[in-house]
Design a protein around this ligand. Structure first.
Ligand code: PEP
Length: 252
């Protein structure tokens, strides 16, 4: 078994103004006493990354970007570079979220570029993968996951894997209120770990954190976290209210 420190990440998506976001961050900082046995992170919109990082300074809650470019600077209208994320106080970046893949046409190759950019400039990368309902019903889940892991991690070294987190988010469970059962999630996580073991080596697979995402709530976090291959959660809707996110990060 690897020595994996659980990570709970809140994805605020396209929500929160400066005032809302800072209030939420403040409530989280007040309600969270750093615990050695777990890590917590929030991903606000780019517009308030720096304000939220400021509010969370010294709180043991990390700040992440919801996406990131691969270049440090240049003519990339609408993009934000990894160094800009760091400059704003961010330490990590989510890449390949299913909303980026589905609504903005991001391919595995593009997601891989973003991930390698994040790693090259010192960020932690959270690589999201997951099958659609159609793919699950056609029994293509494992094929899809294995392709997304292989292509998403192309060119990433075993050493860099220490700064990579994989988030398994079945698309049919995101924002739908429909959570994968603990058995379905555990099965997918164990499979992903196997793919990592083949691609790198067993020790890398054992040390890589694999988060579950898809309608995680205060009522299901505890049983999800009891699964041997679930090392944390990526939380959307339930991360937008301090009370529910605080309950989730205090999982037992
Ligand atoms: C997400 O945004 O990654 C997510 C899992 O959303 P939700 O928790 O709302 O399903």
């Amino acid at each position: 078994m690897g020595n994996r420190r659980p990570l709970i990440a809140g994805n605020w998506k396209m929500h929160t103004t400066v005032v809302d976001g800072c209030r939420l961050a403040l409530d989280l900082a007040k309600g969270w006493q750093s615990k050695e046995d777990r890590e917590v992170l929030v991903a606000p919109p780019f517009t308030i990354l720096s304000e939220v990082a400021h509010v969370l300074e010294g709180s043991a809650i990390m700040v992440a970007a919801q996406n990131v470019c691969w270049e440090e600077k240049g003519a990339f209208t609408g993009e934000i570079s990894p160094t800009m994320v760091r400059d704003a106080g961010g330490r990590a970046a989510i890449v390949g979220h299913s909303e980026r893949r589905q609504l903005f046409g991001e391919s595995d190759a593009l997601v891989n570029r973003r991930l390698r950019g994040a790693l090259a400039f010192g960020l932690m990368g959270i690589l999201c993968i997951g099958e659609t309902l159609e793919e699950r019903e056609q029994e293509r889940t494992f094929a899809v996951l294995s392709q997304q892991v292989e292509r998403g991690l192309e060119g990433v070294s075993a050493a860099e894997m220490a700064r990579v987190v994989v988030a398994y988010e079945p698309v049919w469970a995101i924002g739908t209120g429909r959570t994968a059962s603990k058995e379905q999630a555990q099965e997918a996580h164990a499979f992903i770990r196997g793919v990592l073991a083949k691609k790198f080596e067993k020790s890398v697979a054992e040390q890589t954190r694999i988060l579950y995402g898809g309608s995680v709530k205060p009522t299901n976090i505890d049983e999800l976290m009891r699964q041997p291959d679930i090392d944390g959660a990526l939380v959307g809707g339930a991360a937008l209210e301090a009370e529910s996110f605080l309950r989730i990060i205090h999982f037992q």
